[in-house]
Design a protein around this ligand. Sequence first.
Ligand code: AQP
Length: 343
Amino acid sequence: MNQARTHTPRVFSGVQPSGQLTLGNYLGAIRRFVELQDGAMETIYCVVDLHAITVWQDPAALTDATRQVTAAFLACGLDPKRSILFNQSQVPAHSELAWIFNCVVRLGWLTRMTQFKEKAGKNRENSSAGLYIYPALMAADILAYRATHVPVGEDQKQHLELARDIAAKFNNDFDAPDFFPLPEPLIGGPAPRVMSLRDGSKKMSKSDPSDLSRINLTDDADTIANKIRKARTDPEPLPETVEGLEGRPEAANLVGIYAALAGTSAEAVVAEFAGQGFGVFKPALAELAVSHLTPISAEIRRLMADPAEIDRVLGDGAERAAALAEPILAETYARVGLLRSRG
Ligand code: AQP
């Protein structure tokens, strides 16, 4: 008879080292990571380098980006004493559990994933198999720790639903109710979906070919101001109410960014700037963004001057993460019937 188990509340999330972190990663995810670190749940944050290689990465640039994302985590306020911080490839349990999940997930489920469709585009036949099975690795990242809560931006919601489906199917296939928890998404940070500065219908993304489409956490003050000045907008002034932003995605995005950075609501921002043109609003937004991001970029630069210390933080975190994941993996192997006879 299988006993129902209760799972210790635990937070897991990851960020890909596929380029410089953007304001979207910061407002959609990392600010939330920091808030959760101060709460009651144990927090585990991972630089998901194995996810990054689902599309081509220059090897030296990948190593550098892994350290950059770690430096950004630290500069934004994550504390390696209060959270476990590490890079995914240093903990083999992620790949091992992913293989088991590759055998649980159904092809039809993967085919429905919109991120694969977007990233593969017209080049589907030439995409890596890794890009296609990415969500099974993401499920393994979370469930290797039996994490119960996953802070993500809105774009990751569908993958998280798939992780829940994989957990439920595993529990059912192996007659082990509650073996894995069904992880809950925590969506709704200050700005769950920050859009591109060049196209209000596309999310801001670190791998967008246009650097003008995003604000990087390492951009200097002039670059931030220049990108905001060049951000696409429409000729209308800001409306009196947020309803007036409907059908104006670029304007709505800039208002949303302002509100998130100022720690206020979009309503309050339109009330303050109602009737003003972008000639007034953009410089105010630039000033706010610069004052918020310059201390972070200065700290990233300071930390990047000592790569050995970053590597030490990651190595220490990887050891602690592996110690949590190993017994869960061993139990999973036993459930599946995979024989392990070494000590
Ligand atoms: N534009 C965004 N608005 C809000 N949240 C966002 N996130 C990403 N972009 C936005 C959230 O940041 C976390 C880390 O994302 P990721 O690096 O794992 O991958 P991603 O979602 O694919 O982010 P990018 O920047 O678009 O990376 P590339 O270009 O490499 O694919 C996630 O929680 C994500 O939701």
